[in-house]
Ligand binder design. Sequence first.
Ligand code: ATP
Ligand code: MG
Length: 561
Amino acid sequence: MDHDKNTNTNTNFIKEIITKDLVDDSKNDAVITRFPPEPNGYLHIGHAKSITLNFGLADDFNGVCNLRFDDTNPTKENTTFVDSIKNDIEWLGWNSDNHLYFASDYFPKLYEFAVTLIKSGKAYVDDLTQEQIREFRGTLINPGKESPYRERSVEENLNLFEGMKEGKYEEGSRVLRAKIDMQSGNLNMRDPVLYRIIHTEHHRTKNKWCIYPMYDFAHGQCDSIEKVTHSICTLEFEDHRELYDWILDELKIHHPKQIEFARLNLSFTVLSKRKLMKLVEENHVEGWDDPRMPTLSGLRRRGYTSDSIKQFCTKIGVAKRQNTIDISLLEHSLREDLNKKSQRALAVLNPLKVTIENYPENQIEYVEAINNPEDVTAGHRKVPFTKEIYIDRNDFMVDPPRKFNRLTLGSEVRLKYAYFITCTKIINNPKTGEVDELICTYDPNSKGGKSPDGRKVRGTIHWVSKSESIKSEVRIYNPLFLTEKPDESTNFLLDINPNSIEVLNDCYIEPNLSKAKPGDIFQFERLGYFCIDSKDSKATDLVFNRSVPLKDSWSKINQLK
Ligand code: ATP
Ligand code: MG
């Protein structure tokens, strides 16, 4: 993949088209793109791809990217969605305050466009029902049938359309349709509906309008009004381009160039607002910002940084062909970013008590730990070490396999930043027989975890002091779906992973993290990256979300199948 150093986006075919357009048309010097979300849900990682592309292209060409809310359906849209979308775009690093638009601001203009079409005999009011319209449209094999209302006079159409606007008719009783060609091989050209009646209050225009333009009548015209030069959209609009061209030509208005690209599909998740809405509404998750959701708010809460998301979007590139990107690539981008940025910490998620029998009672010793080996400027911190500590249960085995290089009875390991210890005794729970505690000795000459005489230990493990650590909750997330392409399932809800969240309540974290704030992200050494939950974490009761494990979880995902 080609990477342009000084730009936000990889070189891609869209960038090449725009570069060529600028050479071909010297007048066309200001590139204007747009990101046009419908405020009927929260943004997801697929939208991030479109945002990175559109805002990135504007940056690359010193142009402008408009944020335009496509708010043409009052039954599904609201200001909560508007606010969350603005917030997410800002979080990604783009400010659109000076280029913020709403399709609803163009309602008067769009109405005028419709009247123009009626006057030139290119649009008519139809009284067929929605079902009849669908039936009359025909199929790819069967030609469509013309509506009996198609030949209404211009005058009658103007009167009826005005009546629709005045609220004289019931919802569903009439629509405005373009008069194109019921025999067209392109179903979108078979007299598509342009306007419909909806008696619902709009979140911005309130009750001013009761007719609303269809997406296909609003979208291209809004782009034209804003003088968008390059209208970049996903592949499913390729078949609509002929219609957009027809409308713009009939109206004789500015004609943006439409370029289609393949939408992002991500394995083990769904990326359709309708499906994400269902997950929220039917309580399969705890909201749009549930850390298991592929929404930007969910990813943020999980610990994803905006840089890692932009990196991911740049890395996957832009293509004309549909494909599914492996979720492990998204995780990889996060790991790469956090490895550089996040402070390290010691934490034990499945505690096993260790008593160091030759260590002084009641002594608290501060050992020095490195904050981030990838960043020398990050410095050091002190971590308390005591006679009783916790290690992670899976760092000890009674009957270890030959290559096990952690703690076993009689073996010596390094406690990171602290001392060498040797396990001398196992104390079992008298009832369950489980290991309850380990008795160890330490070598006082191995301070800082350094070998006193050149002798080697089998491995290095992490630990926390039993008395000087913070008890916390840690939430481990697994993929929300068990199948690779739940979007393709007949009922995607049946593919939901019943074990997508594991809550660990008995975790111990080094005390330095008591000052950490919601949203802070740490690397728990040897375990992964963990983010302080922005909703449920409190100063006295810390809650961490595992953002991503240290190693690629791809092999683990495969095992789920
Ligand atoms: P959904 O199918 O999730 O409901 P949508 O396309 O209806 O998405 P919009 O709010 O209309 O949602 O999307 C705004 C912009 O984001 C559109 O230009 C659309 O092409 C783009 N977009 C949506 N989903 C993706 C995706 N998965 N990959 C890339 N771009 C996307
Ligand atoms: Mg859409």
